[in-house]
Design a protein around this ligand. Structure first.
Ligand SMILES: O=P(O)(O)OC[C@H]1O[C@H](OP(=O)(O)OP(=O)(O)O)[C@H](O)[C@@H]1O
Length: 206
């Protein structure tokens, strides 16, 4: 089965399980336009320009997630030390790692351990079961008020989640220092002034 066929099957399965197209887009880290295309497959309709990232070969192996966490740490400090980003060493300091649920959490946990930082977990509004959807920091982990935070996630698709987290942190008395992601599909340099440090930037050249 080709990876496109696999994606179509996954999208159909999620739809049959009652997920909305927006939820399917989130789950598969694809645009809504791509999900509509996958589900409808209109004859002759051109596929939208999008890419699907499957990093389960890494994310299903704790040792490889740990190696990836180390790469994110190395990437950040190398960029700061080389002056590639305009951040003073004090400005770049952080004491709390905020993992975005769910996929950012294993990485954030390992990064917090390796950098001797506190671990906070952010639940995005879109995952909230409440009618009035709101994001929140889990009360079972570190609080963020007064803290300098690095935000960790796996992928940027639209960037909406990161805007939400940055707004949340600022409105709750925290200082978002930097955003670390594995894959950036949008070439986002900064989110509301917070610099983004992707391991991989994904762009189309056609
Ligand atoms: O840039 P955006 O368009 O906001 O999308 C990126 C977000 O979407 C994915 O999470 P998802 O909601 O699929 O949850 P998961 O982490 O549980 O897979 C991903 O892990 C990011 O958090």
């Amino acid at each position: 089965m080709s990876s496109l066929d696999e994606l179509i099957s996954k999208a159909r399965l999620l739809l049959s399980e009652g997920h909305s197209q927006e939820q399917i887009a989130d789950e598969l880290s694809l645009s809504m336009e791509t999900v509509t295309w996958l589900l409808t497959q209109q004859p002759g309709a051109e596929a939208p320009k999008d890419v699907h990232i499957d990093w389960t070969a890494v994310s299903s192996d704790a040792e490889m997630i740990d190696l990836t966490a180390r790469m994110l740490i190395h990437r950040y400090f190398a960029a700061v030390e080389s002056g590639d980003v305009l951040m003073g060493s004090e400005e770049a300091e952080f004491d709390t790692v905020v993992g975005i649920s769910l996929s950012g959490v294993p990485l954030a946990t390992l990064i917090a351990e390796e950098t001797s930082s506190r671990l906070a977990i952010y639940h995005p509004a879109k995952h909230s079961p409440a009618e009035k959807k709101m994001g929140s920091v889990s009360g079972s982990f570190a609080a963020v008020a007064g803290r300098s935070c690095v935000i960790v996630d796996d992928v940027i698709t639209t960037g909406r989640t990161l805007h939400e987290v940055v707004d949340y942190l600022r409105s709750h008395g925290a200082r978002p220092v930097a955003i670390w992601v594995l894959f950036d599909k949008r070439d986002v340099r900064a989110v509301e002034g917070v610099p983004v440090f992707p391991l991989c930037k994904i762009s189309r050249i056609d």
